[in-house]
Ligand binder design. Structure first.
Ligand code: 5GP
Length: 202
């Protein structure tokens, strides 16, 4: 049976990852969004179990010890991780899984799954990124500075990714369209359809 593909979407805070991912999923594609665990505090209108599962540091560390995470990383002092249960059962059923994760975790996924597709979403410039983060107004100055510093580090992983997408102001539809094209091309790759010749002659 055809397996699902793991799509990793990374990009600095303020790149618009969640919006792009939500729009993609509204198009009714065969995607499961992997809900991560995190130890950070709930923010704005987020819902526990929908945006993240918000858990304690102790719970997260117990999960690491039990091997419950497909990948995990620390980001600005908090843990973030993809539970195996959010990924493996879906892939086995032929459902594509979309992970919205940072670069360290993305490298772990790339190592574990050679067919994973890594996409880096970027604003058109660093100046635009800084403006978006400040306009969001949900975090302290200290957190904003930490996130900006981290985004500089993240760009160093640029060439580890298969694709990059620019999310320009006011052009989100174009960005979503490009991501859809990537998803379609990847699912038509011969290596992602190894059983097709046998089915053809049935
Ligand atoms: P935020 O606090 O803004 O929701 O997320 C901070 C960063 O952690 C973002 O880059 C986000 O994509 C990343 N992130 C969210 N969930 C996970 C996860 O399960 N694993 C990893 N490695 N990073 C994650």
């Amino acid at each position: 049976m055809k397996k699902g593909i793991v799509f990793v979407l990374s990009g600095p805070a303020g790149s618009g990852k969640s919006t792009v991912r939500e729009r993609l999923m509204q198009k009714g594609r065969n995607f499961h969004y992997s809900v991560s665990d995190t130890t950070r505090k709930i923010r704005g209108a987020e819902k526990d179990g929908v945006d993240y599962r918000f858990i304690t540091k102790k719970e997260f560390e117990d999960g690491i010890a039990a091997g419950n995470y497909y990948e995990y990383a620390q980001y600005t002092g908090e843990y973030y991780g993809t539970p195996v249960s959010q990924l493996t059962p879906y892939i086995e059923k032929g459902v594509n899984v979309i992970l919205e994760i940072e670069v360290v975790g993305a490298m772990q996924v790339k190592k574990r799954d050679k067919n994973a597709v890594l996409v880096m979403l970027l604003p058109p410039s660093y100046a635009v990124l800084e403006k978006r983060l400040r306009d969001r107004g949900t975090e302290s100055e200290e957190k904003i500075l930490k996130r900006l510093a981290r985004s500089r580090e993240e760009l160093q992983y640029f060439d580890e990714y298969d694709y990059f997408l620019l999310n320009e102001d006011g052009k989100i539809d174009e960005c979503v369209r490009q991501l859809e094209m990537i998803a379609e091309a990847e699912s038509n790759k011969t290596k992602n359809n190894p059983d097709f010749p046998n089915e053809f002659f049935k």
